[in-house]
Design a protein around this ligand. Structure first.
Ligand code: PLP
Length: 416
């Protein structure tokens, strides 16, 4: 077989370019991470060739004896990590996992209640531009204006007046812990199913640094590629075996065809890593690093949404430096820092402009940076954003980013 380089040098050169970009930038996108080489190897394997509609040992295709094994291992490891009695590892992504859950539990026109997108919710939790907002009635809760945190009494009141069939907790941009038990009480009071989408915090849940929603929720969905540090993909988990069977059917044949067994193998590898004691240490560092970055930004007079963080992410209110999120994001990108502009609660700006940037610690913690380096990152960001017109400061910041990247090389053994 020809190598990629011989067969398609153009694609190869793009992959090389992206590797170089990843190596030379500080990756602060809260939803990104760097998988291990073992995960990459499994995902790049010949398992991609295999069709395997159905579930392990109950397939519609022949020749599944090896992929059955790998999918079963992925299921068993995910069950162990999250304490779930039923897991489906086939969703191609977090959005696909949520789609399958909705197909199982709801009929078009039923009402769902999740966090407002502008307050940190996800598109699949009822945004009008997503299937979840097009096919279902929606109502949204947000955070409180005074502390930018969840108010469970207010959520209960809204749930009592709206009577959703499905209540969703779990977010894309919420820097504080979630009390799943309180959500269970609310769901029970209004007779709603409770779903936690732990896409962002799955690694923190896996390592015990955030409480586990499984004991309280009818269903838990997640992506596998954020704090969990696996390949891109989704999972559906439950302790209700009858619902579990429904979710299986909603994934296939409900919303997907053949599972991606190469990705499932990579999920299995990532789950093995997540069960290792090193992962607990890693996740603890993710939180400590985010806290150090938050404290440093505050020292430099940046206002943070909810005044800090309990998890892996931080939201800067860029109005505190008289800038839009878009401007701030553009400025830090000039010194090789990658983040994303993000709406903040009660944001007066459009989602394209925004008044915030979201920063996260998972990826750079994987590269080995510790609290000292995250304090330096806080200073670099502050120096750049507080001196937007100063070319000498820009050059200095660029150099300091380069120094950090060189000190903590990414995939040093990977030659492509
Ligand atoms: N749910 C939440 C809370 C997310 O933050 C995301 C992704 O950002 C998703 C679902 C969707 O995941 P994916 O991009 O894999 O479809």
């Amino acid at each position: 077989l020809d190598s990629l380089n011989e067969k398609d040098p153009i694609v190869m050169s793009i992959i090389r370019g992206e590797l170089q970009r990843q190596r030379e930038h500080l990756e602060l996108i809260a939803s990104e991470n760097f998988t291990s080489l073992a995960v990459l190897e499994a995902q790049g394997s010949i398992l991609t060739n295999k069709y395997a509609e159905g579930l392990p040992y109950k397939r519609y295709y022949g020749g599944c004896e090896w992929v059955d094994k790998v999918e079963q291992i992925a299921i068993d490891r995910a069950k162990k990590i999250f304490g779930a009695s039923h897991v489906n590892v086939q969703p191609h992504s977090g959005a696909q996992a949520n789609f399958a859950v909705f197909l199982s539990l709801l009929n078009p026109g039923d009402k769902i209640m999740g966090m407002d997108l502008c307050h940190g919710g996800h598109l699949t939790h009822g945004s009008p531009v997503n299937f979840s907002g097009k096919w279902f009635q929606t109502c949204h809760y947000g955070v409180e204006m005074h502390n930018e945190q969840l108010n469970y009494d207010a959520i209960l009141k809204l749930a009592q007046s709206e009577k959703p069939k499905l209540l969703i907790c779990g977010y894309s941009a919420y820097p504080r812990t979630i009390d799943f038990e309180k959500f269970r009480i609310i769901a029970d009071k209004v007779g709603a199913y409770l779903m936690a989408d732990i896409s962002h915090i799955a690694g923190l849940v896996a390592s015990g640094h955030h409480s586990n929603p499984l004991p309280y929720c009818d269903v838990v969905t997640t992506t596998t590629h954020k704090t969990l540090r696996g390949p891109r993909g989704g999972l559906i988990m439950t302790n209700n075996i009858d619902l579990g069977k429904k979710f299986d059917k909603a994934v296939f044949p409900g919303t997907q065809g053949g599972p991606l067994e190469h990705v499932i193998a990579a999920k299995a590898v990532a789950f093995k890593e997540a069960l290792d004691s090193d992962f607990k240490i890693y996740s603890g560092k993710v939180i400590n690093n985010a806290k150090s970055l938050a404290e440093q930004l505050k020292k430099r007079d940046f206002r943070l949404v909810s005044d800090g963080t309990d998890n892996h992410l931080i939201l800067i209110d860029t109005r505190s430096i008289r800038m839009s999120g878009k401007e701030a994001d553009n400025l830090i990108s000039t010194i090789n820092i990658t983040a994303n502009k993000n709406t903040i609660p009660f944001d007066p700006e459009s989602p394209f402009v925004t008044s915030g940037i979201r920063l996260g610690s998972p990826a750079m913690t994987t590269r080995g940076l510790g609290t000292e380096e995250f304090i330096e990152i806080g200073n670099i960001i502050a120096d750049r954003l507080l001196n937007p017109e100063d070319e000498a400061v820009k050059q200095n910041c660029f150099h300091r980013v380069k120094t950090l990247c060189n000190k903590f090389p990414l995939y040093p053994d990977l030659n492509v």
